[in-house]
Design a protein around this ligand. Structure first.
Ligand code: ATP
Ligand code: MG
Length: 495
């Protein structure tokens, strides 16, 4: 007999924060067996809805019903007991604990009163194998990259055998193959009657994975449509309240002198003998699958991690990158992939965070006043269309994508010579992506060069002058977006 599909409903669900109504009387119904995409621009209220359903925050008003019964979810634990599991937008693993411990945190198996470590490792191993996730359960979670951590989060949610599974941008840190694995998994769960709510900014994904799509805008549920009606135009209209204006930013050809020459850059197995020349104003993409060494390479070039050998010639001077402060003085900055750990100071305001890195070149910034900082912050709020009630509020109160915009603004404001960008558009909505591309292009026009790492090859094809493909830490190819197709770039990355 087919298991009866679960249902999840909300009745006039509302959440108010000081200065913002994050969710306004949302009534919707989701049924197991179908995968529901939840869409909306940054700050639309998606994560808020997920937090309410997951028991992480309490509604101001309204009701949640699981399988037709009203439930009160006063904590994530209560939500889990009701069968509602969440893969959160912000990763929440404890870095010092192993993968297995993280998965079973708070409910590790015991034997004769003692924690049964080998039992936990075995259970975690079985779970990961079932899910098809290739991870070693004994390694520290903190030693995994974002994608690895994301997979552990998914395994952790799955370990509860949920009736409702919510995933808040699960693929923003994943490359193609991991995404495929996740989708196979979600399909299987849906066929077992599990309700799946799936948030993404990668709109091309929804046609592969979702059966229907709900769109939020400014806290309102705009509507729910079957996926065959979810054309890019229809979705953009619902998300932004207007028809899409896709202005493809044109590349300005570059023929400037070299600004950065990387020679024989090597670190153990992470990357090996990487050499390239970056020209003035050039936008250089770095493509590659997960684990190809892209993030490590950027961190090495920025002096954030040591490297074994190799040099960088910058502004005619040959140097060995040894610390971020040295590289910043030379005009090289890195906007890191993980904004939580490295990008932002959560308790400080948007204004201060944006202005925090603006110390290069130092002479321009000796006198910073709150007024000047506000002006800078306001400029980015409008250029990047950030959803925030005030630039003086803490960044911790901003939506995930808005925080990412603050990271980008902060590094753009340093007006560097070379900008190293690791997954710059992770988690930001399609319109904001266009704005970020435009800014990178504008910088290029002003002679500022960028090195862009992205798992989204379409993005690299759109914004870069040239793309290097990194494979197992080595440069395996170089393509020019103008005379290469997306398919052949994908081929080079995967083969
Ligand atoms: N703890 C909080 N305090 C104050 N305001 C908050 C808090 N959490 C969220 N908000 C506000 O609620 C609104 C909705 O935020 P939410 O995180 O739900 O957006 P989102 O749709 O998930 O966006 P994104 O795509 O950027 O993740 C935003 O304006 C945000 O600033
Ligand atoms: Mg969110």
């Amino acid at each position: 007999m087919e298991p009866r599909p679960h249902t999840l409903e909300t009745d006039r669900l509302r959440k108010e924060y000081p200065g913002t109504t994050a969710l306004r009387d949302v009534s919707m119904r989701c049924e197991g067996g179908k995968i529901r995409a939840l869409l909306g621009k940054n700050g639309a209220g998606k994560t808020t809805l997920v937090r309410l359903l997951g028991g992480a925050v309490q509604p101001t008003a309204g009701t949640i019903l699981v399988d037709g019964t009203p439930v009160s979810l006063r904590s994530p634990r209560e939500a889990l007991e009701r069968g509602i599991a969440t893969v959160h937008q912000e990763l929440s693993l404890i870095p010092g604990l192993s993968v297995a411990e993280n998965i079973f945190l708070g409910r590790l198996p015991r034997r004769r009163g003692l924690i049964d470590w080998s039992g936990a490792a075995r259970m975690a191993g079985t779970l990961l194998a079932e899910l098809g996730l290739p991870l070693d359960v004994r390694v520290r979670a903190g030693s995994l990259g974002l994608a690895g951590q994301q997979m552990v989060e998914i395994a952790k949610a799955m370990s509860h055998a949920p009736a409702v599974l919510m995933l808040d941008e699960p693929t923003s840190a994943l490359a193609g193959r991991e995404t495929d694995m996740l989708f196979t998994l979600l399909r299987r769960l849906a066929s077992q009657g599990v309700v799946i709510l799936y948030i993404t900014h990668r709109l091309e994904e929804i046609h592969r994975i979702a059966d229907e799509a709900s769109v939020l805008r400014n806290g309102d549920l705009v509507g729910t449509i079957p996926i065959r009606e979810a054309t890019p135009g229809a979705i953009a209209g619902m998300m932004f309240g207007e028809a899409p204006v896709h202005t493809r930013v044109q590349a300005v050809p570059v023929s400037g002198p070299p600004v950065m020459i990387v020679n024989g850059f090597t670190r153990g197995e992470a990357y090996r003998d990487v050499s390239f020349t970056l020209h003035r104003g050039e936008i250089l993409g770095v493509a590659g699958v997960l684990g190809a060494g892209r993030t490590e390479l950027l961190r090495g070039l920025f002096g954030a991690d040591r490297h074994d050998s190799g040099t960088v010639t910058i502004g005619g001077r040959r140097i060995v990158p040894s610390s971020p402060s040295q590289m910043k003085k030379l005009g090289v900055v890195l906007a890191p992939e993980d904004r939580k750990a490295e990008g932002l100071i959560q308790i400080l305001s948007t204004r201060i965070n944006i202005n925090l890195a603006g110390f290069w070149p130092p002479s321009h910034h000796w006198i910073t006043t709150a007024a000047r900082e506000r002006a800078v912050a306001f400029r980015y709020v409008s250029e990047l269309d950030m959803a925030l009630p005030s630039v003086d509020g803490p960044v911790s109160a901003l939506s995930g994508g808005t925080q990412q915009k603050v990271v980008i603004a902060k590094w753009l404001e340093t007006a560097p010579r070379v900008l190293l960008l690791d997954e710059p558009t992770r988690g930001i909505d399609i319109r904001a992506k266009q704005q970020v591309f435009k800014i990178i292009r504008d910088l290029s026009g002003r002679g500022i060069s960028s090195v862009v790492v992205s798992s989204e090859l379409e993005e690299l094809m759109e914004v870069c002058h040239r793309i290097l493909v990194l494979k197992k830490g080595r440069i395996a190819g170089e393509v020019s977006p103008r005379d290469t197709s997306l398919a052949s770039l994908l081929g080079i990355c995967m083969e």
